[in-house]
Write a protein that binds this ligand. Structure first.
Ligand SMILES: [Zn+2]
Length: 244
């Protein structure tokens, strides 16, 4: 089977159901997919970062903070936080029952419309009986929300992925696909915020150290350009440094 096809998916007509969502207390959704969180007595920046599955650095950057001093009643912007909450709700009960993950791999879909349902149907038609080859799909506003994180069946069932040609990385790699063809244009700001929040959260959730990569770093440039020349690979690595 041509593995490259996993990143080159055909658009279809159906739209997936939008996943459920919930908010932590003292938090409100903002229009750009961030969350406005009101600091409570006893909160720490690292505690807030942990609650939303983001990093202290990300909170500092989003709020122009130099140190980690925060005041009760202060409103902090949590970038990408709204997108992450359904993932947290679904994933927290899975702590302790997670597959042994070692990699997190970012992809683009190479087409400008789609969602988890559409790509999953396509992968099934291509003979993958577990359907959607990725664990997560991050929408661009075409067939799911801009920055919406959809969870695939392989995440709920903690199944291996089918998103790269390396057997080891499929077995141990969490696949995240951003809708769009980033050979032609960059991902949306909300997609990037959602991706960064998701990766930070997954690295916290998974007990082992994980290596963060983009697809072409795993399979090589001669096999794929995924996730495309306009994907912010350098910034992605700067935000999620690898320790091995
Ligand atoms: Zn890919």
């Amino acid at each position: 089977m041509d593995r490259r096809a996993f990143c080159r998916l055909l658009p279809a007509a159906t739209a997936a159901a939008v996943g459920g969502s919930f908010l932590l207390p003292h938090a409100a959704r903002a229009g750009d997919g961030s969350i406005a969180y009101t600091v409570q007595r006893g909160d720490t920046l690292s505690g807030i970062a942990h609650s939303f599955g983001t990093s202290v650095r990300s909170l500092q950057r989003a709020n122009g903070l130099r140190g980690d001093l925060i005041r009760t009643g202060q409103v902090l912007r949590v970038p990408g936080g709204a997108f992450l909450l359904p993932v947290r709700q679904a994933s927290e009960p899975m702590r302790g029952g997670l597959r042994t993950w070692r990699y997190i791999v970012a992809h683009h879909s190479a087409v400008d419309t789609g969602n988890a349902q559409i790509y999953g149907d396509y992968h099934k038609r291509r003979g993958m009986h577990n359907g959607l080859a990725y664990h997560f799909v991050i929408g661009n506003g075409s067939k799911s929300g801009d920055g919406e994180i959809e969870m695939g069946d392989r995440w709920f069932r903690q199944l291996h992925g089918g998103h790269v040609s390396s057997h080891e990385v499929n077995e141990r790699g969490i696949g995240i696909c951003l809708v769009g063809n980033f050979e032609n244009h960059p991902p949306t700001a909300r997609q990037v915020a959602a991706l960064n929040a998701l990766v930070a959260y997954l690295r916290d959730l998974v007990p082992n150290q994980t290596r963060v990569a983009v697809h072409r770093e795993i399979d090589g440039r001669n096999h794929t350009v995924c996730p495309g020349r306009y994907f912010p690979t350098r910034d992605f690595h700067a935000r999620h440094p690898n320790e091995w």
